[in-house]
Design a protein around this ligand. Sequence first.
Ligand SMILES: Cc1cc2nc3c(=O)[nH]c(=O)nc-3n(C[C@H](O)[C@H](O)[C@H](O)COP(=O)(O)OP(=O)(O)OC[C@H]3O[C@@H](n4cnc5c(N)ncnc54)[C@H](O)[C@@H]3O)c2cc1C
Ligand code: SF4
Length: 488
Amino acid sequence: MSDTVPHDAKYAWFELPGVEPPKRSATERLADFLEVYGPYDEATAREQASRCLQCPEPLCVQGCPLGSRIPEWLLLTAEGHFLEAAALTRSANNLPEICAQVCPQDDLCEGACILNGKAEAVSISAIERFLNEYAFAHGAVDASPAKSNGLSVAVLGSGPGGLACADELAGRGYAVTVLETQPLPGGLLVNGIPAFKLEKTAVERRIELLRRRGVRFRIGAEVRLELNLRDLRDRFDAVFLGFGAQQAHPLTVPGAELKGVSQALPFIIHHTTDVPLDVAPPEVKGRRVVVLGGGDTALDCARTALRCAAAEVLCLYRRDRANLRASSREYENAVEEGAKFQFLTAVVEVLGNRAGEVTGVRCVRTELAAAAAGGGRPPPVAVPNSEFTMPAEVVLVAYGFDPLPHRTWADYSQLAQTETGGLRVDENQMTSLPGVFAGGGLVRGPSPVVYAVRDGRRAAQAIHRYLTTRREGDLGTSHTDHLTPEAL
Ligand SMILES: Cc1cc2nc3c(=O)[nH]c(=O)nc-3n(C[C@H](O)[C@H](O)[C@H](O)COP(=O)(O)OP(=O)(O)OC[C@H]3O[C@@H](n4cnc5c(N)ncnc54)[C@H](O)[C@@H]3O)c2cc1C
Ligand code: SF4
């Protein structure tokens, strides 16, 4: 950091422009699946942190679902106290280095920064990433097991919600067992989000840290046999359910069964992990690919197809650019890499040849009607007589996900559900069964990683209160009404 940088001055932002972290060129990116962004160096991190105005009522803290004490750790960073700053990020977040990479910052902390409109927002996430990489590199991330408190918790699902819950509980001395049906732990952090957004080594490092803290991981198909809820409740003092929302919305138009139509998530998993799939997704090399949808999965799928040398990738989305669910940063990255977008367009049929192979899509133009009273996004409606066709050989469907129905494990169907199929929980993340807690996609449907982390933390804190109170004999096991969630 240069001596002239006014790192403690309130108006440093006026003199110092915001600087993006190092970014690889689109051409370079398309040749591999490695991360798009690199971390800041120390001087840049200090300089960029000094741009924070230190607002007395910081909007960025309100914008972060975890209420991270952002201005405090930015000030420590500007002063060069990197390890103290990193520890402060960890006090609010069990996966800060991961959230720093995948959070849709423009909608969260950075979108709320008061500098927006005057200059670039403070690059909060890039600084958070730098701090945590610095802490790992300096061996400053504690992995020592806590003293046992004699109580045990089962965590089902090893996505960010499960990992955050396991971490919080292990830190309080619980014997935590994570049960995961997939061969690789990490949930969608591994079997979903592609490596160009989040290197898998970052997730492996976190899981290794949890193992060193004493968390036991039971992974793979045989786990499925042990998932009876009644048995789990007998064997463990409490249970956290973090299955995620992994039931893909199907494409229901005529032609959806043609060869060349596939769900987006298996396509991404096939190209970003070694996890074997029952059915190999279609080959995209040299082909025209149409991606349906406008969320993270659609954009990740388009960018994966481009890295697999598709001849052309076009994303069709039935709403407009302003209503795209994916983050603006990732949209811009996708466009840089060559993805094309056609907004206000919906597919009404997939066209095929005699061999049953996709040859194109028939679409209609859409327009947005007024949003329903009470909010929500404006619904798209078809424009009359606006049909048109376009050629394609592959159609990848990214229409979103729902929580998996529990019919396969009848035992789980006793848990109360919401109208949208998620599990119903109270303000302590407790389900309708005492001692059974839940969070993440299973409760809220698809949403950013940081919300699953928040649910996992909340659940862990509530489990701790629940079991402590029960142990003291003050609590019947039938309700937790008098418990208030700890502030996060
Ligand atoms: C392609 C894609 C890209 C995304 N990109 C982003 C992004 O850039 N930024 C962002 O913030 N969010 C992103 N998301 C969303 C984010 O990944 C999820 O919201 C988040 O991972 C949900 O966390 P979770 O803990 O609820 O569960 P998940 O991550 O869904 O993990 C659930 C785990 O539970 C396991 N499981 C299921 N059933 C059982 C069972 N019966 N017993 C034991 N284990 C079970 C599953 O195998 C899985 O490993 C993306 C999602 C997708 C699909
Ligand atoms: S966790 Fe996400 S929202 Fe919170 S400060 Fe970090 S990047 Fe921003």
